[in-house]
Design a protein around this ligand. Structure first.
Ligand code: ADP
Ligand code: ADP
Ligand code: MG
Length: 451
């Protein structure tokens, strides 16, 4: 290992996760924090802490120069960006190259290609992979109207630069088109600084299936199986699992293979995820996007493969070839992850920052908790409200889900509202147990939960 010290440019549970991977590799960790995160768990755990600015992300976690200065000033060799913040911004990867630092992620050109959904769709369809029927850039309402006429409603407006479920607007009929176009465009500009929109046909009875990829500098690419992330609210994932139990083995192989083709053709390096939608009515699958980073839900894959994805990311960035081949990857059992957020599910999922009084996560075999929280921790209002990811494992789906029910039940948190009651409600639904859901299912249960 030539990397001796890693700077991690992130916060929260993923910062803790990366520090643990560094420790396991005998690598030192330096964490950058905002003024609001000085007392955070990552700052207590890391070998060194550098404060890079005020609480607001724009003044701290999104400042490329401040992060580079922290890395060079502490003699770090590499930067791990985690997810969110600068993880998919080519500017950080470029700056790393300029200052002789290793970016723990793919090459900047791949961040650029996949960071623009229009470029990504074009590239991937060039490899012969099906993409959701849709358009190129739509620049005005006339163009949008013409495209919608050929595709047919419902359609989605999507921001080319979008991510995190933001910048997506559904349009069910022609009467809504103009207003939706204007709001989608304004929101995309505000959120991503780029109002480029395009249209995709909306698939009403869809599953979100994604494939975990690892690629090294030598052109080796393997997949670590797929995850089903169909339980979503506002296009954001709530519960994920691996493997996907809703698809035939034939379709599973096709989707895995499509993801590997994409990564091989690109000569993709490091960890990445290729996302697809499966149309449950036609049985067809389509490429959605590729996430060029570690994902929030990576633990479910780790549970069923016994492969430490963050360690692999660091080793790949270090220039090492993958230590295993596709046939070495073994899939065992089933894993489920619930995202626990500081939000009030009975109050429109309003974010609920504040002081955590009691914090007692479940423990035991087959349970994993990824978190940065502890009793007395103050959840700041400035960032994503994710408190913890609870992951359970079982020999099969039924057992993993049963263990999740018990684990959620025994998770004690007081002081802030959390999404646990809503997660428990979902897990008790017959449709969930039977695996008969689609990406709209969670939202269809909201009214019943509120009763
Ligand atoms: P995952 O598939 O890893 O669960 P998400 O879509 O939930 O990814 O996003 C993970 C994190 O990254 C979230 O905090 C989300 O808000 C953030 N994120 C993802 N893409 C973007 C983007 N383009 N701009 C800003 N934040 C993003
Ligand atoms: P993001 O970059 O915000 O994650 P995605 O393109 O991955 O954007 O879409 C987020 C979610 O929105 C998907 O997981 C899926 O549930 C839903 N979605 C996106 N495109 C479509 C589509 N064409 N039809 C149906 N659902 C879609
Ligand atoms: Mg996505």
């Amino acid at each position: 290992m030539t990397i001796a010290r890693v700077l991690l440019a992130n916060r929260g549970e993923i910062a803790v996760r990366i520090i643990k991977a560094c420790r396991a590799l005998g690598v030192e960790s330096v964490v950058t924090v905002s003024e609001a995160d000085r007392e955070s768990l990552p700052s207590k755990m890391a070998d060194r802490v550098v404060c890079i600015g005020p609480a607001r992300a724009i003044d701290s976690y999104l400042r490329v120069e401040a992060i580079i200065a922290a890395a060079t000033g502490t003699g770090s060799d590499a930067i791990h960006p985690g997810y969110g913040f600068l993880a998919e911004k080519p500017e950080l990867a470029d700056a790393c190259a300029k200052y002789g630092l290793t970016f723990i992620g793919p090459r900047a050109e791949h961040l650029r290609q996949m960071g623009n959904k229009l470029l990504a769709r074009e590239m991937v369809s060039g490899y012969g992979i099906p993409i959701v029927p849709g358009s190129k850039k739509v620049g005005n309402i006339q163009e949008a109207s013409a495209v919608a006429g050929t595709i047919g409603f419902p359609i989605l407006f999507k921001a080319a630069a979008g991510g995190g479920g933001r910048g997506i607007k559904i349009v069910t009929d022609r009467g809504e088109l103009q207003r939706a176009f204007e709001t989608a465009s304004a929101e995309a500009r505000a959120a991503f600084g780029d109002n480029t929109l395009y249209i995709e046909r909306y698939i009403p009875n869809a599953r979100h299936i994604e494939v975990q990829i690892l690629g090294d500098r030598f052109g080796n690419v393997i997949h670590l199986g797929e995850r089903d992330c169909s339980l979503q609210r506002r296009y954001q994932k709530l519960i994920e699992e691996a493997p996907a139990s809703c698809i035939s083995n034939h379709l599973r192989e096709e989707i895995r293979c499509a993801a590997v083709i994409i990564a091989k053709e690109m000569r993709y390096e490091n960890a990445g995820t290729v996302e697809f939608v499966v149309d449950q009515d036609s049985g067809k699958f389509y490429f959605l996007e590729m996430n060029t980073r570690i994902q929030v839900e990576h633990p479910v894959t780790e549970m069923i493969t016994d492969i430490d994805l963050v360690k692999e990311q660091i080793c790949i960035a270090d220039g090492q070839p993958l230590a295993f081949s596709q046939s070495d990857v073994r899939f065992t059992g089933h894993a489920v992850e619930c995202r626990i957020n500081a939000e009030s599910p009975r109050d429109g999922f309003r974010p609920c920052p504040g002081s955590i009084i009691e914090w007692a996560p479940p423990e035991g075999p087959f349970i994993r908790v990824d978190t940065h929280c502890f009793p007395g921790y103050f959840v700041p209002p400035y960032y994503d409200s994710l408190l913890a990811k609870l992951i359970t494992q079982g020999a099969d789906r039924r057992e993993a889900v049963e263990r999740m029910r018990h684990a959620l039940e025994s998770f004690v948190i007081s002081g802030v509202d959390t999404t646990i009651p809503f997660l428990r409600f979902l897990l008790d639904q017959l449709a969930y147990t039977e695996g008969e859901v689609n990406t709209r299912w969670v939202e269809s249960r909201l009214d019943q939960f509120s009763l």
